[in-house]
Design a protein around this ligand. Structure first.
Ligand SMILES: [Zn+2]
Length: 408
């Protein structure tokens, strides 16, 4: 997790002038969170929770599994609607559910609009239970006054996580918040998938975010010759649903996560979390987080986002000072390896880690080193290739970290 104090990078980049997300709200007449409506669900009435759902909740789990499960929305219109459109945001994992149900279940709900002729609405696979999307249905004209819309499951296993319902006065050109799909954009390179929670508002826009991550990626790949082997999710989480208090970013198996309100001023976080993705699966835990911090301060930020004088950047200067202290007090031992890593960067120059990464990649290609994601480099391999990159043994420095002799 990136430490909040690193937000000091904030103002160097001047992105704060970028415009807000361009989703229009104009055509929406009514919006209702499904979990707050009248729900009949044989499997139980407790709303399900999901980070990616609008408001964090959807209809109860297994809503639609039983015939007759229904969702009723009552509302009043202050003016008639000539061409109303119903929007329903939902999630459905077809492969997962088909395996559970044993066959491919029907995917249609009946839609009752007052006493009008019943309609039908399909709910196809969205990509997974964490991936929401919206289906729309043109309704007959609605008069001013009270109305009722009801979705009814007509067959077993029409299980659907219904998130939010909306009524628009005409078909929206682009889905408005909170009906926007979870996956907002995919990088042409296939390297990134941009996801956002339903109500996340953030800058810069999706194209700029992906372009920026491509830039970070290219820099890291050039520096290291290492590369992640899977597409990385860039996940933007609205503040209300953010799971980690004052932290601004974290990574997990699904990718890198950012708190929406600080997304635009967290370039240090972008580099930090991306750096984890270059190291994860190859670097042992004891090295990964400290090395990510050292690289972010000494290599990524000065290289990718140089201010007027990169070496005067507060984080770079702080890293340099820590490293010099280590070199100037040769008897001192350290509880944490980070100061030692700063010292190595100071003594041999920050590019030493690039030479180290490249030496590992080269040895891997020649099969002198077992080098693939899922296999962590050992302490001795790290000492060997880091020494190769330094042109002399770095063991005396590494051993100044108290944990070195017992590290795996
Ligand atoms: Zn980290």
């Amino acid at each position: 997790m990136f430490k909040p104090r690193l937000i000091q990078f904030v103002c160097l980049f001047g992105w704060s002038v970028l415009f807000c997300h361009g989703y229009t709200q104009w055509s929406l007449v009514r919006v209702a969170e499904a979990e707050t409506l009248e729900i009949k669900c044989a499997a139980g009435a407790q709303p399900g929770d999901n980070l990616w759902a609008s408001g964090g909740f959807f209809t109860p789990r297994f809503f639609g599994k039983a015939v007759g499960d229904s969702l009723t929305w009552r509302f009043e219109l202050a003016a008639p609607l000539e061409e109303p459109v119903l929007l329903v945001r939902y999630a459905y994992d077809e492969p997962g559910y088909t395996a559970f149900a044993g066959s491919k279940p029907p995917r249609e709900f009946q839609v009752l609009v007052g006493a009008l002729k019943p309609l039908k609405l399909s709910f196809p696979h969205t990509g997974g239970w964490d991936e929401y999307d919206t289906v729309t249905l043109k309704l007959p004209p609605l008069i001013k006054g009270r109305h009722m819309i009801r979705l009814v499951s007509l067959a077993e296993h029409t299980t659907t996580d219904i998130d939010v319902l909306g009524l628009a006065e005409e078909m929206p050109e682009r889905l408005p918040v909170p009906f926007r799909p979870t996956v907002i954009a995919k990088a042409e390179s296939g390297r990134f998938l941009l996801r956002a929670t339903a109500q996340a508002r953030f800058t810069p826009d999706e194209k700029s975010i992906i372009a920026e991550f491509e830039k970070i990626y290219r820099f890291m790949k050039n520096y290291s010759d290492w590369e992640p082997t899977v597409a990385i999710g860039i996940n933007v989480i609205e503040d209300r649903l953010w799971p980690f208090g004052s932290a601004t970013a974290f990574s997990d198996m699904r990718g890198v996560f950012f708190r929406a309100s600080v997304m635009h001023k967290a370039f240090g976080d972008w580099c930090h979390e991306m750096s984890h993705w270059f190291l994860v699966g190859r670097s042992p835990k004891w090295l990964e987080e400290p090395l990510v911090q050292v690289l972010t301060a000494m290599v990524w930020m000065p290289g990718i986002y140089p201010g007027p004088d990169p070496k005067k950047d507060p984080l770079y200067a702080q890293g340099e000072r820590i490293g010099r202290d280590v070199l100037n007090s040769p008897k001192r031992q350290y509880e944490d390896i980070a100061p030692v890593l700063y010292a190595i960067a100071v003594k041999y120059g920050p590019d030493i880690y690039g030479r180290f990464f490249k030496a590992c990649a080269k040895a891997g290609a020649k099969e002198e080193l077992v080098f693939h994601p899922g296999r962590h480099l050992t302490r001795d391999e790290i000492a060997r290739y880091l020494s190769e990159a330094a042109g002399e043994s770095v063991l005396p420095l590494l051993k100044r970290w108290k944990g070195f002799d017992n590290a795996p």
